[in-house]
Design a protein around this ligand. Structure first.
Ligand code: NAG
Ligand code: NAG
Ligand code: NAG
Ligand code: NAG
Ligand code: NAG
Length: 338
């Protein structure tokens, strides 16, 4: 890099050399942590975009980050507006947390060679209290322009390098509603191809949390992820606090057992589940499965059902804090929590 460029960057940004810390365009670089932690605060007056950040880090990465890995936290204040395009890729970024942001462009994919050639090392991805814009016409544009790339990307839904995926108290804002009737032929064809496409191997994903969401958002997101992938390491599925009256249709099905084999915990607490018959199925993998059903609306469990549950020796069920009216065999009930 020519010296004058370095100079102009030094000049433009606000430097603060206190205690292993630098501030570069709204982002604090904390070098005392390993990997380096980068925290960006975005207010409603700012324009922040992952593309710009990638550009800045590309020019100056060696300078700010060395060749090290880093974690990135973006926090918006007062309805800050940021642009993040998928696939989410920054060289060296192991973790991304986005908090309180209104995200534009999330579905305006960037399949440029530049981005595709970045090797992702992202392990933790978390969205909390965010709103994500979705425009149907943009999606159609990508189906037309980037059919194969979109297909391969959407089959995975999230990067297949992830260990933890958390989507919390967030929603999608549909700016142009699509209805099945005006779905162009191409889109229908795309949907069918997506179903047929080879499943995505999420070999390192151990934890999925989709919590405090609208019921339909939780169902659709979870089913899309589960039905399109293979999960060799998945330990925990956390669907707490989603207003669910029924468990998502892909959970506890035969096809789930074909693609998930290390599951240990399913957190369904704080929902509106009344009927527990979904538990009356054989567990088709080794080990033990714990299902948390605390704080739902289960009112009745017959003695027969309780005996049935108890007979599944590898199933643990927690049904505390439900409005159970059955006083018949409480002892048996609490024994379920072994
Ligand atoms: C990073 O910079 C190099 C040259 O400096 C360029 O070839 C490359 O396309 C840039 N990558 C990104 C992601 O901007
Ligand atoms: C967010 O960005 C969009 C498009 O750039 C703009 O129209 C909108 O007013 C912005 N919203 C806020 C809250 O800044
Ligand atoms: C959930 O997100 C909304 C913004 O979408 C926010 O106002 C609210 O405080 C969040 N709730 C919690 C419990 O974080
Ligand atoms: C999964 O984790 C292992 C061990 O950390 C790593 O070598 C491998 O590249 C990861 N796989 C993917 C797809 O990220
Ligand atoms: C599920 O997510 C909630 C909210 O983040 C958390 O409090 C709870 O501990 C999680 N449950 C499990 C089993 O990880």
């Amino acid at each position: 890099m020519p010296w004058f460029l370095i100079y102009s960057i030094l000049f433009l940004v606000n430097f603060d050399f206190e205690k292993g810390e630098k501030i570069v365009s709204k982002c604090r670089f904390l070098y005392d942590n390993s990997p380096t932690s980068v925290i960006c605060g975005v207010t409603s007056r700012d324009q922040w975009s992952l593309d710009d950040f990638r550009g800045l880090m590309n020019d100056t990465k060696k300078f700010y980050l060395g060749d090290n890995q880093f974690t990135l936290d973006i926090e918006c204040h007062g309805g800050g507006n940021i642009s993040i395009r998928q696939p989410i890729k920054l060289p060296g970024m192991t973790s991304l947390t986005v908090r309180n942001c209104y995200i534009t462009d999330y579905y305006d994919y960037d399949f440029s060679q530049e981005v595709l050639s970045i090797e992702s090392v992202l392990q933790h991805l978390k969205f909390t209290s965010c709103k994500i814009e979705h425009r149907h016409s943009v999606r159609v544009k990508h189906i037309q322009k980037n059919f194969e790339k979109l297909l391969a990307y959407e089959k995975c839904q999230i990067s297949n390098t992830l260990r933890n995926f958390i989507f919390q108290n967030s929603s999608f804002i549909d700016l142009e509603r699509s209805s099945a009737s005006n779905m162009p032929k191409e889109e229908e064809y795309y949907k069918n191809e997506l179903k047929r496409h080879e499943k995505c191997a999420h070999n390192n994903l151990t934890y999925i949390e989709m919590s405090s969401l609208h019921r339909i958002t939780a169902e659709v997101m979870f089913n899309d992820l589960l039905q399109n992938g293979i999960f060799n390491s998945l330990n925990v599925i956390n669907l707490t606090n989603n207003d669910l009256a029924l468990v998502p249709s892909s959970l506890f099905t035969d096809s789930m057992y074909e693609t998930v084999d290390r599951l240990e915990q399913v957190d369904l607490s704080r929902n509106k589940i009344e009927d527990i018959s979904f538990l009356f199925m054989p567990i088709m993998f080794n080990g033990r499965l714990n299902v948390d059903l605390t704080r739902n609306v289960i009112t009745e469990i017959s003695n027969q059902d309780m005996k049935k549950l108890k007979s599944f020796s590898r199933l643990g069920v927690n049904i505390r804090q439900n409005p159970l009216i059955c006083t018949c065999n409480q002892k048996l009930l609490y024994e379920l929590r072994r």
